[in-house]
Design a protein around this ligand. Structure first.
Ligand code: GLA
Length: 431
C-alpha cells in the first residue's frame, strides 16, 4: 500500500514535469515495445515442440574451435545420419571469441580462424539444412577468462553492457540458438532471474528487428533454481554443473548426478526442458553399455539431446546408439513429460517411468546403481497402469511378452534397461 502510494506520487510528479500527453505516449510506446520483445521470445519458444537435438562443440573441442572444426562436424552430422535421425542444431560453444570489440562496441573475431566472420559459418550450417547456435556469458568476462581451456584467458568475453548489441549481432549473423553461460554473472554476484530476463528481452528485440527467432539456452548450472523462472523465457535451462570438465574422462557418477539434479518434472512441458547437460555418449572412455545407459536416462528425462562427441571419428556402434529411433522417440515424445522415479524396492535399484503420448504407454528405465547385477521389477501399479501389459526391450529390439502385474529382469551393475510398456487390456487408465 505504502509502496503503491509512493509509486503514484512518483508517477504524478513525472507527469507534471514532462507534460501529460508526451509522457503517456512515451510510457505507452516503451510498454508496447517491451511487450513485442517478450512476445517475440515467447513465439520462438512456442515453436519448439520437442527437446532440442543437435551437436555442441564443447565436450570434445573445448575452446579449440574454428571454422574448419565446425564445418567438419557439420558435414559429419549429415553424413553419419544424425541429421536424418533428428539432430538439427550445430552449436558453437566457448572459444569462438576472445572478448574483442571494435570502437563501436561490436564483437570482432579472428578472421584467420573464422574466414568471412561468424556469418559465414552460420551460412554453411544453414546450407546443410541445419540450425546454428552460438554462445556468450551473462557477465562481463566469460568462462574463458576464469577457466581458460586451450587458449589464453580472455577478458571481456561476456555480453554484459552489450545485451542488445550482441544479441542483435548474433541474429544478424544468422544464429538460431544462443547459450548464455554464467561464469561472469556468478563472479559478479548478478541476480540470475533478472539478468536472464534482460537477455531474453534483448533476444526478443533482436528478433523484432531481424525477423529471425533465436532460442535461449540458460546455462547457470542450477544456481537460483532456474526451473522456477526460466520456463517463461527459455527452451532449456541447465540444472547442474558440467558433465565433464576440460581434460577429464567421462564418468558414470557424473552422468547419474546430473540426471538426478535435472529432476524437476513440474517445470517441464512442451518447449521447456530441464537440461542435465550435453551428452558424453561416444567419448573416449565410455563403453557401449555406458553410452546406452546415459542416453536412456536423458531420453526418459525428455532432455535436450546435444551430442558432444567427435562426429567425424565416431564408431559405427556410437552412431547406432545416437541414432536409435525408438530411444529418440521416447525423448521427443510430444507430451514433453519428464520421467520420474516410481519405485526403489532396494537401495540403488530404481524404476523410472515416463508417461508417453497415447493410451497406457510408458517408457520405463530400470536403473541399477549398485556394484552388482540385480533383478529389478517394474510393477504396472507403480506406473499407473492396469495389467496386462506388453513389454519391449528398446535397445535389444525384443518384444519380451505380455505380463499380468509387472516385469522383472536382471540388470548389470551401473547400467540401465530401457523398456516400452503398453497396457493391453480394456481396463487401462488413460494418460
Ligand atoms: C561452462 C558451461 C559449459 C561450457 C563451458 C565453456 O562450464 O557449463 O557447458 O559452456 O562453460 O567454458
Amino acid at each position: 500500500m505504502v509502496a503503491q502510494t509512493v509509486l503514484s506520487l512518483v508517477l504524478a510528479a513525472a507527469v507534471l514535469t514532462a507534460g501529460h500527453t508526451s509522457s503517456h505516449a512515451r510510457v505507452a510506446d516503451a510498454g508496447m515495445a517491451a511487450q513485442e520483445a517478450q512476445d517475440a521470445s515467447a513465439d520462438a519458444i512456442k515453436a519448439v515442440t520437442a527437446p532440442p537435438m543437435g551437436w555442441a562443440s564443447w565436450n570434445t573441442f573445448a575452446a579449440k574451435i574454428d571454422y574448419n572444426v565446425i564445418k567438419a562436424q557439420t558435414d559429419a552430422l549429415v553424413s553419419s545420419g544424425l541429421k536424418n535421425a533428428g539432430y538439427q542444431y550445430v552449436n558453437i560453444d566457448e572459444g569462438w571469441w576472445q572478448g574483442t570489440r571494435d570502437s563501436a562496441g561490436n564483437i570482432t573475431v579472428d578472421t584467420g580462424e573464422w574466414p568471412g566472420g561468424m556469418k559465414a559459418i552460420a551460412d554453411y550450417i544453414h546450407s546443410k539444412g541445419l540450425k546454428a547456435g552460438i554462445y556468450t556469458d551473462a557477465g562481463r568476462d566469460g568462462c574463458g577468462y576464469y577457466y581458460p581451456t586451450g587458449r589464453p584467458a580472455a577478458p571481456g568475453s561476456g555480453s554484459e553492457g552489450h545485451y542488445d548489441q550482441d544479441f542483435a549481432q548474433f541474429s544478424r549473423w544468422g544464429f538460431d540458438f544462443v547459450k548464455v553461460d554464467w561464469c561472469g554473472g556468478n563472479a559478479e554476484g548478478l541476480d540470475a532471474p533478472t539478468s536472464y530476463r534482460a537477455i531474453s528481452d534483448a533476444i526478443g528485440r533482436a528478433t523484432t528487428r531481424t525477423g529471425r527467432p533465436m532460442l535461449l539456452s540458460v546455462c547457470n548450472w542450477g544456481n537460483q533454481s532456474p526451473w522456477n523462472w526460466a520456463p517463461g523465457m527459455s527452451a532449456m535451462w541447465r540444472t547442474s554443473q558440467d558433465i565433464i570438465y576440460y581434460g577429464e574422462s567421462p564418468s558414470m557418477d557424473r552422468v547419474l548426478s546430473n540426471f538426478d539434479s535435472a529432476q524437476h518434472p513440474g517445470a517441464q512441458s512442451p518447449g521447456h526442458y530441464n537440461d542435465p547437460d550435453m551428452l558424453i555418449v561416444g567419448m573416449p572412455g565410455f563403453s557401449a553399455a555406458q553410452n546406452r545407459t546415459h542416453l536412456s536416462l536423458w531420453a526418459i528425462s525428455g532432455a535436450p539431446l546435444l551430442a558432444g562427441n567427435n562426429l567425424a571419428t565416431m564408431s559405427a556402434e556410437t552412431r547406432a546408439i545416437l541414432t536409435n529411433r525408438e530411444v529418440i522417440a521416447i525423448d521427443q515424445d510430444p507430451l514433453g513429460r519428464q520421467g520420474t522415479k516410481v519405485a526403489e524396492d532396494r537401495s540403488g535399484l530404481q524404476v523410472y517411468s515416463k508417461v508417453l503420448d497415447g493410451t497406457g504407454k510408458r517408457a520405463v528405465v530400470l536403473l541399477n546403481r549398485t556394484g552388482s547385477t540385480a533383478d529389478i521389477t517394474a510393477r504396472w501399479s507403480s506406473l499407473g497402469l492396469n495389467g496386462p501389459a506388453t513389454v519391449r526391450n528398446v535397445w535389444t529390439e525384443a518384444n519380451v511378452g505380455r505380463f499380468a502385474g509387472g516385469y522383472t529382469t536382471s540388470v548389470p551393475a551401473h547400467t540401465a534397461v530401457l523398456l516400452a510398456v503398453t497396457a493391453a487390456g480394456s481396463g487401462t487408465r488413460s494418460g
